[in-house]
Design a protein around this ligand. Structure first.
Ligand SMILES: Nc1ncnc2c1ncn2[C@@H]1O[C@H](COP(=O)(O)OP(=O)(O)OP(=O)(O)O)[C@@H](O)[C@H]1O
Ligand SMILES: [Mg+2]
Length: 442
């Protein structure tokens, strides 16, 4: 079994029982998937619910009550379909609220074998270096992910456990989230009588569902362009080694269309999904589309414009988004490890022509991604890769990459995730310590 599969599946979260649920709170939709582990240890989706999102701006809760209503409705639909009541959910944290840092730590060994407790000590040492936000406030540490191990100068070590040497050095990728927005998110979810079992960074969830193992190992960037956010995750050697996010997405394109063509946001969204394209073609000058005017619902008052007008609005905004992504990637300092491969996902990735534009601006090889680990049907034999079955076609598209990834994240061991386990007190409370003690004792 390769390392990624081990990381994901060797130690499933057995303590959570059979049934587990993912809650994706997005800017345009709230989605809930409920899954259970079948007798072969494979997750099977048994409940699906999604609802138009209200009260979320750029991935941030902006109206608690509206979010509560949307979450309650999505969860109730999924519960009804599953015939199960859920109490805990695995939730995404939007990329613009995340802080990604790489920290280096070292442990003297004096020529002895590296043990599990050495690894724990190394991780604990790295976690003490988690950053504060720009105003000096503490952040919530979500993930501690290994980037590199070096033993006595020997680089490229994948699994140091059991090796012998004098000094073990490690770089870890710490992903932290802004304290206030995370607490607000938890409170909104608590008002739906649900507990947050685990918080997962959105780029991590998108990567877990869309990337194949080779991509994760050899170096790849996953870019999820949603409605109000764009998530960026760089993967190398089986782990996410960098994450970033922008508070920009498909809504900004629709807003530009609404303003540029003096139509409503709803009509702009519809035109974008029906006729939108990232590239202009000669036929677009001849194709005429109806553009209903704001306040004039009757069709006879609609404007008749060439499709090229629409595309000339979409194109520059999308170019701007990719230029911003390119700048963030350049700033990451990870371009060598990220390699040349990009997987584009999220609802906005469905815009025709987006792949070529991304490829041109980012100067990378781009493929479109959808939740791979969901789409593949279960073949009746134990696979080393996670295979989530049970999703309908409509909910296995790129807009559900994060939702599906949350289910995959639910199955990974939580030793590198200090916030896993239910604890509203902030990470070091009694429940966390008690559950860690229980886990150690088992
Ligand atoms: N066929 C399509 N062409 C272009 N854009 C589309 C298409 N289908 C959906 N979209 C856009 O995708 C966006 C929704 O994507 P997604 O569901 O990934 O966002 P979200 O998860 O709700 O938001 P976020 O992750 O940004 O908080 C909307 O802006 C929508 O207009
Ligand atoms: Mg999303």
């Amino acid at each position: 079994m390769n390392r990624l599969a081990q990381w994901l599946f060797d130690k499933p979260r057995a303590t959570q029982g059979d049934v587990f649920a993912a809650l994706d709170i997005g800017t345009s939709k709230v989605a809930c998937f409920i899954a259970h582990l079948d007798e072969m240890g494979q997750p099977h989706v048994i409940g699906i619910g999604h609802q138009l999102s209200e009260g979320v701006r750029a991935g941030l809760v902006a109206d608690m009550d509206a979010v509560r209503r949307a979450v309650s409705a999505a969860v109730a639909t999924a519960e009804q379909m599953a015939g199960e009541n859920i109490e805990r959910v695995i939730v995404n944290v939007a990329a613009p609220q995340l802080l990604s840092q790489t920290v280096g730590v070292a442990l003297p060994l004096n020529g002895r074998e590296i043990t599990l407790s050495d690894m724990d000590r190394l991780i604990a040492q790295a976690q003490t270096m988690a950053a504060e936000d720009s105003s000096g406030n503490a952040m919530d540490l979500l993930h501690t992910l290994p980037v590199h191990y070096t033993l006595d100068g020997q680089r490229g070590i994948r699994e140091p456990l059991g090796m012998i040497g004098n000094t073990l050095q490690a770089d870890y990728h710490l992903v932290s989230a802004a304290f206030g927005p995370v607490r607000t998110l938890e409170t909104a979810i608590a008002r739906c009588h649900l507990e947050v079992e685990r918080l997962v960074a959105a780029p991590m969830a998108s990567g877990l569902s869309c990337l194949v193992e080779d991509e994760m190992d050899l170096g790849c960037t996953v870019i999820d362009i949603g409605a109000g956010t764009t998530s960026i995750g760089i993967y190398f050697d089986g782990h996410m080694i960098f994450s970033d996010g922008l508070p920009i997405g498909g809504i900004h394109i629709s807003n530009d269309i609404a303003r540029g063509l003096t139509t409503t946001f709803a009509h702009a969204e519809r035109m974008k999904t029906l006729y939108g394209n990232a590239a202009l073609s000669p036929a677009d000058e001849r194709d005429i589309i109806d553009v209903p005017q704001v306040g004039e619902e009757a069709p006879e008052y609609a404007n008749h414009l060439p499709k090229s007008h629409l595309i000339q609005i979409i194109q520059p905004r999308l170019e701007e988004i990719f230029e911003m992504i390119r700048a963030r990637l350049a700033k990451s300092g990870m371009s060598e490890m990220a390699g040349r491969r990009v997987v584009l996902t999220g609802g906005t990735s469905q815009l025709p022509g987006i792949r070529d534009m991304a490829s041109r601006i980012l100067d990378k090889q781009v493929r479109l991604g959808r939740p791979l680990r969901i789409a593949r049907p279960y073949q009746g034999q134990r696979s080393t890769s996670p295979t989530l079955t049970g999703l309908a076609e409509a909910t296995s598209g790129p807009a559900f990459a994060t939702t599906a990834g949350l289910l995959v994240a639910a199955l990974q061991p939580d030793s590198l995730d200090p916030r896993s386990g239910f604890d509203f007190s902030g990470g070091n409370g009694f429940m966390t310590r008690f559950s860690q003690w229980m886990k150690q004792g088992l």
